[in-house]
Design a protein around this ligand. Sequence first.
Ligand SMILES: Nc1ncnc2c1ncn2[C@@H]1O[C@H](COP(=O)(O)OP(=O)(O)O)[C@@H](O)[C@H]1O
Ligand SMILES: Nc1ccn([C@@H]2O[C@H](COP(=O)(O)OP(=O)(O)O)[C@@H](O)[C@H]2O)c(=O)n1
Length: 204
Amino acid sequence: MIIAVDGPAASGKGTIARALAAHYHLPLLDTGLLYRAVGVSVALAGGDPDDPQDAERACAFPDSLLDDPALRSEEAGPLASRVSRHPGVRAALLDRQRAFADQPGGAVLDGRDIGTVIAPHADAKLYVTASVAVRAQRRHAELPGTTLEAIAADIEARDARDMGRADAPLMQATDADLLDTSDLSIGAAVQSAIALVDARLKDR
Ligand SMILES: Nc1ncnc2c1ncn2[C@@H]1O[C@H](COP(=O)(O)OP(=O)(O)O)[C@@H](O)[C@H]1O
Ligand SMILES: Nc1ccn([C@@H]2O[C@H](COP(=O)(O)OP(=O)(O)O)[C@@H](O)[C@H]2O)c(=O)n1
């Protein structure tokens, strides 16, 4: 069984994807980490994240980088969003994500284009969202050193860049279930997600 979880920054998709992976005993891939690794690698090499060649070169990052806490920093999100616009970067990361999705037994993947590009054949697809104000509050609680205004501005800029790019833009797949977590606790959001996935599995 493949479960695709997509949505914008701090919508709660990672939390939901983790809970679904535990509930259904499936391996989990946070695909945002791959783009964060490319973005951070470009910065470490002194390159330009908006330059396709610099970004593509950085796709050969070492796997050990995926465990680096720097990938969760405030700077890494916008860097990831900038490199992820380049079709060459998306192509370089495609096989790894598809192989994870199609492993025997299935998988949960979360990101921006799982239900639309990586695993359009997923058995269940969730598009997780929440208002900008709620998402900014959540990220602020994680990154208290930054102002709420700066975080909200980053979220809005990232939404616009991720939804506006030509290649694999962030969008709800036509067959994805929408889950707005703005007014839901983590527990309630996870229960709703499990109910939506169970309903899709029954229809298979
Ligand atoms: N429904 C929710 N209610 C309150 N906080 C939440 C909820 N879902 C997630 N969070 C918190 O918000 C932050 C961002 O959630 P996360 O799942 O990492 O989002 P995403 O993967 O979409 O960026 C985390 O600190 C998480 O614990
Ligand atoms: N499947 C994916 C996952 C992430 N990304 C990009 O990587 C950036 C960081 O993704 P993330 O999921 O780690 O970010 P958060 O939603 O956790 O803030 C996003 O803003 C996207 O630009 C993507 O293009 N496609």
